[in-house]
Ligand binder design. Sequence first.
Ligand code: NAP
Length: 424
Amino acid sequence: MGAKTVLGILGLGTVGTGVVDLLRDNPQFEIRRIAVRDIAKPREIDLSAFEITEDPFQLADDPEIDIIVEVAGGVDPAFEVIKRALTSGKNVVTANKELIAKHGPEIFDLANKHGVTVFFEAAVGGGIPLISTLQRGLQANRISRVAGIVNGTTNYILTRMEQDRKSFDEALREAQAAGFAETDPSDDIEGRDVVYKIAILSSLAFQSPVEVSKIFRQGITQIIDLDIILAAEFGYRIKMIGLAQPGVGDTLDVRAHPMLIPIHHPLASVEGVNNAIFISGSAVGEIMLSGPGAGKYPTASAVVGDIINIASALKLPDFARYFQPPISSQVKPVYPIDETRNAYYIRLETHDTPGVIGKLGLAFGQHGVSLHSVAQKGVTSSGTATIVLLTHTVREKQVQGALREISALPTVKQIGVLLRVLNH
Ligand SMILES: NC(=O)c1ccc[n+]([C@@H]2O[C@H](COP(=O)([O-])OP(=O)(O)OC[C@H]3O[C@@H](n4cnc5c(N)ncnc54)[C@H](OP(=O)(O)O)[C@@H]3O)[C@@H](O)[C@H]2O)c1
C-alpha cells in the first residue's frame, strides 16, 4: 500500500462530521487539519486526534495536505480558500452548490492551469451519484433534457400537503420540526437552491455555463392545498422542478419553478425528502436516478467517494486532469421565460357574478390562448369564487398578456397562481 493521502477539512457541520466518521478509521487517509468557525463549540465527535483551527487558509497553506475537502458552504471564505489551495497544487472536493454554480468556470480554469482537479458530487442530489453520471457515464449522449426534483425540503412540503391535506404553513412547520427545513427556509421555498443546482446540471449536460442570475425562479409559497387537489383531478402532481434543455439558437432554457407532472411520469412518484433526476439522452433514452438528496451520511457518501477517486487518481501520473469537467468558459444566454412554450395551470379568485367565465375565455382567446379545462370551485361567504383553468401549450408571453388584461377586469380579485405543466 502506498503513502497515506493527507486531507484538510473545511467545515465540521452535518456533512463534515459525516465525512470524518466515514474516514477516521480508514488506513489510506490521514485527516491532518480541520477548520471550523468556532473552535469552542461543543461537537458530537471526539476531535482530540486532529488539529483544529479557525483559520481555513492554514489548510490551503499546509504543504503536507493533498486534498482540501470544503464542506463549509457559502462563497466566503470558501472561494478564496479553494483558489489558494488550487494555486498551491492541491486537489479539492466540495459539496458547495452555490460556489460551483456561481464560480465553477473560474475554479475549473484555475484547476486546469495548475494540473489539479475539483470534484463536487455532493453539490447536487446529495448521495445520488449524479454528477459522475453526467460527466462520465453519459458521455456518448447528446442530452436533450434534464428535469429534476433536487430540493428535498420543497418535495417534503408538497408531499405532506398532498398526502395529509396540510396547508403550506403547516407542512413547512412540520418539515422544520423534522429537521428537513432550515429555521430560515427561504433559499429552499423561494427556489434559490434549485437555481444553483440546475445551473450546475445544465453546465454538465450542455457543456456551457449560464449566468445564474438570469435563471427564471418561482418558489412554492403561492401553492395552496386546493391546487394540489385540483392538479390531481386533472391527472398531475405538483413538484418543484429544475429544468434544463436547449432553447432556440444558442440559448439554454434553464429554470427553477413548480410544475404539474403527469401522474404516470416517473418524477411524479418521488416522495418526501427524496431527490430524483430525469435525463433524456440520444443513446440511452430516458433514465431516472433517485435517492436521498441530503443528510449527513448520504452527502458524506458522495464527498468520500470523490476523495477516494482523487486519491486513486493521484497514484497515476497526470490522471487528475482527465476528470476535469468539459465545461467551456463560454457562457450561453438563458432562453427568456417569456419565449418558452408550456401548458399552464392558472387559479383565479373572482367575484361570483354571472358571465365571469365568458369574459375570461374572451381575454384568453384574444391572446391566442386556448383552454383545455375550466373548473369553478365553491363560493366563499365573502362571494369569492375560485376558477381554475388548464391551457393548451402556448408561448408564455401570450398567457402573460391575457393575465394582464384579466387582472384589470373588475370581476377578478386576484390571480392566485400560475404553474407550468411538464410536457413530454
Ligand atoms: N446538509 C446536507 O444535507 C447537505 C447536502 C448536500 C450538500 N450540502 C452542502 O455541504 C456544505 C456544508 O453543509 P452542512 O449542512 O454540513 O453545513 P453546516 O452544518 O452549517 O456546517 C458548516 C460548517 O462550516 C464551518 N464554517 C462555516 N464558516 C466557516 C469559516 N468562515 N471558517 C471555518 N469554518 C467555517 C462551520 O463551523 P462551526 O461548526 O464552528 O459553526 C460548520 O462546521 C454546504 O455547501 C451545503 O450546501 C449539505
